[in-house]
Ligand binder design. Structure first.
Ligand code: SF4
Length: 318
């Protein structure tokens, strides 16, 4: 990355976001998945212990997370309409709504009226990754399940926007295909959505692939330098768009990359179903930054940032 790119990215981030960094945590409520993504540990081909939390168990997870001070959560299910129907996700949102003002979802693609139902229940954002925009690679890596249908997935963000969701997060899984081409296609997708749905708040994520046991596919390594360039280039192209960085990245790298455009960090995370109350089961990915919310907040304050626990409350919640 050139010094000029870094300086401009820093300046734009400061100009549009000041020193604010939002904090959130994932809440996995199910790991059942009907898809066969070759790169994922939750794929249906893996013989892992499958679990789905009851409403009581979801409430227990929420209570534990809320005690840490977090107010912003991302509820995740695997992609199984059968195991995690909309009614189940809605119940989870209603339970979580008792504890958190910000609830986002990372679930299988729905129809507009279903997203609408979840919005009315209290969800205010949805995350959905196309994973890769290379159709050929997409086809090879998604041999079974509904996710095979590239176009169906591509259309989901538009349905989310039509449903009235406040926040929409898109992303690519870095390493699956040529990152330059994927980044270009992601930018085009976002430009299209921004133009058609200007009222939505957008953010982007760039998780780096972590290879799972038994996966013999060749992926493209993504260096720290490339990650930095991706974040800084995104900031230049989209000065007002949020950029999320998860605990897949190490504490040291997250601290270092912050100033180039990152606006949202996960903290004190578990990627296991029920992981805030027990230590059993397999996580979706390995956590490389194990700091608690308090520790991440301390780091931010020390660096001169303002940790933001929530920037949104629905009218009538108080
Ligand atoms: S990436 Fe998502 S859809 Fe694919 S196997 Fe993993 S959990 Fe399922």
């Amino acid at each position: 990355m050139t010094n000029d790119l870094a300086t401009r990215a820093k300046k734009l981030t400061r100009q549009y976001f000041g020193r604010a960094i939002s904090l959130y945590a994932p809440l996995y409520i199910s790991n059942y998945c009907d898809n066969h993504c070759l790169y994922c540990g939750f794929s249906r081909r893996h013989d892992i212990s499958r679990k789905k939390l009851s409403a009581q168990e979801i409430e227990k997870e929420c209570q534990t997370l809320a005690k840490t001070g977090l107010q912003n959560i991302l509820i995740l299910t695997g992609e199984s309409r059968l195991q995690s129907p909309v009614s189940y996700i809605k119940e989870a949102v209603l339970v979580a709504g008792k504890y958190f003002p910000n609830i986002s979802l990372e679930i299988y693609p729905l129809e507009t009226k279903e997203y609408c139902e979840l919005f009315l229940a209290g969800a205010d954002g949805v995350t959905i990754y196309q994973e890769t925009y290379d159709r050929e690679v997409y086809k090879q890596l998604h041999p079974a399940g509904k996710k095979r249908d590239y176009d169906y997935r591509y259309q989901a963000p538009e349905k989310i926007a039509q449903a009235g969701m406040r926040h929409l997060s898109l992303g690519i899984l870095l390493g699956l295909a040529d990152w330059r081409e994927d980044l270009k296609a992601l930018f085009e997708h976002l430009r299209y959505l921004e133009k058609k749905y200007p009222g939505v708040e957008y953010s982007l994520s760039f998780p780096r692939l972590q290879k799972v046991a038994g996966d013999t596919n060749d992926y493209q390594p993504i260096s720290d330098q490339v990650m930095l360039s991706i974040i800084a280039t995104t900031r230049l192209m989209f000065p007002r768009v949020g950029i999320n960085l998860s605990t897949r990245e190490s504490a040291q790298f997250r601290d270092q990359i912050l100033e180039f455009g990152v606006t949202k960090l996960s903290a004190g995370s578990s990627t296991r179903v029920g992981g805030y109350n027990d230590n059993e089961g397999t996580g979706q990915f390995t956590i490389n930054d194990e700091r608690s919310l308090v520790e991440v907040k301390e780091m931010l304050t020390k660096k001169g940032y303002d940790p933001v626990i929530t920037d949104w409350r629905q009218i009538g919640n108080e």
